[in-house]
Ligand binder design. Structure first.
Ligand code: AMP
Length: 205
């Protein structure tokens, strides 16, 4: 893929609400939401890749970088080919990638990052409660076990949080992730609307 996609990154620890906000944003024309967790979960569980994903996610670990990037490239290519993502008109809202320093470097060839929506919640116990709730509702094996959830937080602190340093500070927007989803969405839109507006063609220009 030769082009770099104009992108917004949803960033933050597990259970902070990236998936909820990403799904909401993905309903807005001109924004295309892509979550790597969903990408992995859509794999056939009996396939070799599906088995590998399960092996890592069931332990609360990240899938190896090379495999993740390769799969992501393939997934994006398919979304362009089937017409769901139009890079000429859509901003890509990425959820769950990059999640390591090596992924951030690899993604530089694919992304023109316009902003980072850093969802912040200091209350880890609240995030754990949310994750257990969604594990029941969505049948997510990786979030059903509290030891796995705690491992995911450790992996986030060790491998993912440092990814923020890869980007210019001016791109990073801290967003309070507590309150109703609609309140969080409101804070996110305060950042996204000016970015999206700047990207649009001005018919009077
Ligand atoms: P999520 O739905 O974002 O919480 O992701 C679920 C699981 O998918 C994670 O615990 C990882 O095992 C895997 N995963 C998702 N995104 C990535 C990524 N960028 N790099 C490596 N593993 C990932």
């Amino acid at each position: 893929m030769a082009q770099r996609f104009r992108s917004l990154l949803l960033f933050g620890p597990p259970g902070v609400g990236k998936g909820t906000q990403g799904t909401l944003l993905g309903h807005i024309p001109g924004l295309f939401h892509l979550a790597t967790g969903d990408m992995f979960r859509s794999l056939d569980a009996r396939s070799e890749l599906g088995r590998q994903f399960h092996e890592y996610s069931a332990k609360g670990l990240l899938v190896p970088d090379e495999l993740t990037i390769r799969l992501w490239e393939q997934y994006v290519r398919q979304r362009i080919a089937d017409g769901r993502f139009n890079p000429a008109s859509d901003l890509l809202v990425l959820d769950g990638i990059p999640r390591s320093a090596r992924q951030a470097v690899a993604m530089d060839t694919h992304l023109d990052v316009l902003g980072i929506l850093h969802l912040v919640c200091e209350d880890q116990e609240e995030m754990i409660r949310r994750m257990k709730g969604r594990a029941e509702k969505e049948g997510r094996h990786d979030d059903a076990d509290e030891a796995v959830i705690r491992r995911r937080f450790q992996v986030y602190q060790a491998e993912t949080a440092p990814v923020l340093r890869h980007y210019d500070d001016a791109l990073v927007h801290d967003i309070v992730a507590t309150g109703l989803p609609i309140e969080v969405l409101h804070r996110i839109l305060d950042v996204v609307v000016p970015v999206a507006t700047r990207q649009c063609c001005n018919p009077l220009a």
